[in-house]
Design a protein around this ligand. Structure first.
Ligand code: UDP
Length: 481
């Protein structure tokens, strides 16, 4: 048994958007920083669904993956629980299994570090108890990380003023957050979400380190703010590491393996001619909104690939917990005749599509996205400009960054809970795919792609950052001998 290599345990919370970035971080630690890696995956749906998708999306052969037996917390939930509440309760229930598994690992050295995402915070005391270092992984932007760190120490009055005056929330060293883009906890100070998020933020800043799936050149101001003691750096106990962009890349099909139908279709389309439309692993829309998307795509006269899920009224994350289950090939909720009329022009995929492969395909020229951070990075990694259509969580901040700061997306106009009409759908699609504006965005996003690649290179800032974190773990390991 080699003891000089540190062993990191990674804990991924439910949802493919949480699991995928954790797996990518695990791969990176294993392949570039000589860690032993064990990843615990918490699911609410059947393990089979998650692991099937994982197998399709990641080359996992060398990773030690442990599936926590599925946890059902439905009997503990209030009516219409927020997503965060359900995930949080599930994570709490996973702790006994996690602890007993960690203490009984016998084929690898005892773990010296635990890395959790924002929902895995309840596991941190257990890690300390087992003399492990604790890290929180923000699989999102430095800007959002900075907002969270600032929140941990900010005066409630500041939040109240933000909520009442609807003025932007100033964040030291960073772009202010507009009220329209603010997260629910910030817009209702004193509410349950506010208190819960405050507690979480305090636990995050007390960890031994914070990792973020971004890179210095993408977000120089926010990264600097988080690191400098004169700005936000003094509020975190440990270092802040920008280690991205860690994204899933397209899988190579084994020799003779069957190619997905949508990829075959893309093979027959001209370069950069297809807009890919997908709202993440769990995004859902009302029936009315879906009709407008369908008719808008038709009106835009652009080739498209659209991933659809049955409509869900009043819940933008309606499929978060049952990803890819219940594939409905009839797609009877689409406008009558839509599929027939758009035959040849577009492809509609039910529930789940091979996104990394689609974005990497030369025929893909634009992406209508809900701005989940993984989707954003996957689009950037492939040099694909976006239509930013945020739905929930920190996605509105991501949309602001993409459209207002980086100039790689156009944003759909907010309708205050209303519906984005077909004319607007067609317009934003054409702005990216046809107009001169789209040409400029494509150029900029390709520059970002190169900057991300540089950050991960051997002399890059993200590689260096993860090496620093590795050193931290190695020192801890030596000290514990
Ligand atoms: N994804 C996919 N196929 C789909 C939908 C999503 O492969 O049909 C993947 C996507 O590539 C990304 C992740 O699921 O890696 C979604 O993460 P993101 O942060 O974009 O959004 P979330 O699902 O967390 O809202």
């Amino acid at each position: 048994m080699v003891t000089s290599k540190p062993h990191a345990v990674l804990l991924a919370s439910p949802g493919m958007g949480h699991i995928i970035p954790m797996v990518e971080l695990g791969k990176r630690l294993l392949t570039h920083h000589s860690f032993h890696v064990t990843i615990f995956i918490v699911t609410t749906d059947s393990i089979t669904t998650t692991s099937q998708i994982l197998q399709q999306t990641s080359n996992l052969s060398s990773l030690n993956i442990v599936h926590v037996p599925p946890i059902d917390v439905s009997h503990k939930l209030p009516p219409n629980p927020p997503l965060a509440v359900r995930i949080g309760l599930t994570m709490l229930d996973s702790l006994p299994f996690l602890r007993s598994s960690i203490t009984s690992i016998d084929n690898l050295p005892p773990p010296s570090a635990l890395i959790v995402d924002m929902f895995g915070l309840p596991a941190l005391p257990m890690a300390r108890d087992l003399s492990m270092l604790t890290y929180v992984y923000f699989a999102t932007s430095a800007w959002f990380s900075a907002v969270t760190v600032y929140f941990s120490v900010s005066d409630k009055k500041i939040m109240e003023t933000h909520a009442e005056s609807r003025e932007p929330l100033s964040i030291p060293g960073c772009e202010p957050v507009r009220f329209e883009d603010t997260l629910e906890p910030f817009s209702s100070p004193g509410g349950e979400m506010y208190e819960g998020y405050l507690e979480a933020a305090k636990q995050i800043v007390a960890a031994d380190g914070i990792l973020m799936n971004t890179w210095e050149d993408l977000e120089p101001a926010a990264t600097k703010a988080l690191r400098e003691n004169g700005i936000l750096g003094r509020f975190t106990k440990g270092e802040v590491y920008a280690v991205g962009p860690l994204v899933r890349s397209a899988e190579k099909k084994p020799e003779g393996g069957k190619k997905d139908a949508v990829l075959q279709w893309l093979d027959g389309q001209p370069d950069e001619s297809v807009i890919y439309v997908s709202f993440g692993s769990g995004g859902t829309m009302s029936e009315n909104q879906m009709r407008e998307v369908a008719l808008g795509l038709e009106l835009s006269q652009q080739r498209f690939v659209w991933v659809v899920r049955p409509p869900c009224e009043g819940d933008a994350s309606g499929a978060f917990f049952d990803v890819a289950s219940g594939v409905d090939y009839t797609m009877s909720y689409l406008p009558e005749g839509f599929v027939k009329r758009t035959e040849g022009l577009g492809v509609v995929v039910s529930m789940w599509a091979p996104q990394a492969e689609i974005l990497q395909h030369p025929a893909t020229g634009g992406f209508v996205t809900h701005c989940g951070w993984n989707s954003v990075l996957e689009s950037v990694e492939n040099g694909v400009p976006m239509v930013a259509w945020p739905l929930y969580a920190e996605q509105k901040m991501n949309a602001f960054m993409l459209s207002e700061e980086l100039g790689v997306a156009v944003r759909t106009a907010e309708k205050d809970g209303g519906v984005v009409g077909r004319e607007e759908v067609a317009e934003v699609v054409r702005r990216v795919m046809v107009d001169k504006e789209g040409v400029g965005m494509r150029k900029k996003v390709k520059e970002l792609k190169l900057s991300g690649e540089k950050a991960l290179g051997i002399f890059g800032s993200s590689h260096h950052s993860l090496s620093q974190m590795t050193k931290h773990c190695e020192l801890h390991l030596q000290a514990s001998h």
